[in-house]
Write a new protein. Structure first.
Length: 156
């Protein structure tokens, strides 16, 4: 889904239960959010997909205490679509809905991820070499005896 499609669907859903000025404010908030994330290097598709379904966002906004909908407030979770990296609080203040996206765009986050992967690999290598060095004094003689029986055992 493109940014334009996302914003159009969001606007259509919000217009069903909200004043035009508030609809514009919310649509502008999401337009700015998408542009900010794109300026950080994210693709438009990735940003729009991380936000989730515009229908669910509109329902959240309309049912929140600051929304104009008739819902009782609270937080709505769409059981069919809930991205792992998307959270939205039911308590909205004047700035608009809160959206937090987890990513590894910062260089230090990438470095930390690579360091953790390397540490895990080194740990596995150390574990395997430790087990082999512990069992080698037993396994090597057994292997040699089996090899000798196979080599010289078939001579009749």
């Amino acid at each position: 889904m493109t940014k334009t499609e996302f914003l159009k669907k969001l606007q259509e859903e919000l217009e069903q239960g909200m004043a035009p000025a508030e609809v514009r404010e919310n649509v502008e908030y999401y337009r700015n959010y998408i542009e900010d994330e794109k300026s950080k290097g994210e693709s438009e598709d990735a940003v729009v997909n991380s936000l989730g379904d515009p229908w669910a966002i509109a329902k959240n906004i309309l049912e929140s205490p600051g929304g104009q909908g008739t819902g009782g407030g609270g937080y709505y979770e769409d059981p069919y679509r809930q991205p792992a990296d998307y959270t939205q609080s039911s308590d909205r203040d004047q700035e608009g809905p809160k959206v937090h996206v987890y990513n590894f765009d910062a260089p230090w986050k990438r470095f930390l991820l690579v360091a953790v992967v390397i540490l895990i690999l080194v740990g596995l290598i150390l574990l395997i070499t430790g087990v082999v060095s512990f069992l080698a004094p037993v396994i090597v003689p057994i292997f040699l005896v089996i090899l000798l029986f196979r080599l010289f055992g078939n001579r009749r």
